[in-house]
Design a protein around this ligand. Structure first.
Ligand code: PTJ
Length: 249
């Protein structure tokens, strides 16, 4: 049994554990209540995908690792759902790729910003950006436009998991390479991504880290080859087909 009293052989163990983390995130002031709705939406797509990393998502995760290793200034954007689900895993990915961590919220409040920064530090992060908020993403109104000018503002490659479509499109318009993790291949964020990763964040982040470690000693030419060979339209079409037809093995 785990600390949340779910037998590990329960057929929906992983899914129930994930739900518990989101609930816990809300209780701790990390995750917004809207985050509960977003999680439910994600679960639907994950169920249809067979709660597994489909081959096209595995290829996207390898391409994402190559992009992060090639980047001059990679940044991993963290929201309330991601902080609740994979805090330690994000710290490991940041370490494996030399990326910065930056908190960037759709429903931004100073209390939630600080709670997430503290939570990431408890999970081993040294520096967490996002509190300075001295930069803006052009074309976006509201709080979600706020970024650190030496963080996302300066980044050439940004990992944006579970993003809302507006900000994803605005970041793409700024010319940044955008690596999006989203279980819905038809979402505006997945559609505007340089690399759409149609996988659950709880599987995607550890997978990208594993690829980054494997590729750590690869030449820039080899990393560039992985990036060039990745076809985003093919990946989106394969994910949509897997959802509609239950295919892709
Ligand atoms: O913490 P904040 O204030 O920044 O708010 C974060 C949420 C997620 C609430 C906000 O960005 C939001 O409302 O997002 P949406 O518009 O609901 O989009 C979330 C997308 O992520 C949807 O397409 C979901 O299918 C997808 N999703 C949800 N859970 C997961 C997921 N994708 C991957 N892994 C998940 N666990």
């Amino acid at each position: 049994m785990s600390d949340i009293d779910i037998p590990e052989d329960h057929p929906r163990y992983e899914s129930l554990l994930t739900r518990h983390r989101i609930e816990d995130g809300v209780d701790k002031g990390i995750t917004s209540r809207q985050g509960l709705i977003a999680q439910g939406r994600g679960e639907t797509f994950d169920y249809l995908l067979g709660e597994r990393t489909i081959p096209s998502a595995a290829a996207a995760e390898r391409a994402a690792a190559a992009y992060l290793l090639l980047a001059e200034h990679p940044v991993l954007s963290v929201n309330g759902n991601v902080a609740a689900l994979v805090p330690g895993e994000l710290v490991e990915l940041a370490e494996a790729t030399g990326a910065d961590l930056e908190v960037n919220l759709f429903n931004r409040t100073e209390a939630r910003m600080q709670a997430i920064v503290d939570h990431l530090r408890e999970h081993g992060a040294d520096e967490v950006k996002g509190l300075t908020a001295d930069g803006r993403i052009p074309g976006l109104s509201h709080e979600r436009a706020k970024v650190d000018s030496d963080g996302i503002g300066d980044a050439d490659v940004v990992l944006v998991p579970l993003e809302d479509g507006d900000r994803a499109e605005a970041l793409a318009a700024m010319g940044k390479v955008e690596l999006v993790v989203d279980l819905n291949p038809m979402s505006r964020s997945a559609q505007s991504a340089t690399v759409p990763i149609v996988d659950n964040i709880v599987r995607a982040v550890p997978n990208i880290t594993r690829h980054a470690r494997e590729l750590a000693t690869s030449s820039r030419e080899e990393l560039q080859r992985i990036v060039d060979e990745f076809d985003r339209d093919e990946a989106l079409a394969a994910a949509e087909q897997a959802i509609r037809e239950g295919g892709e093995d």
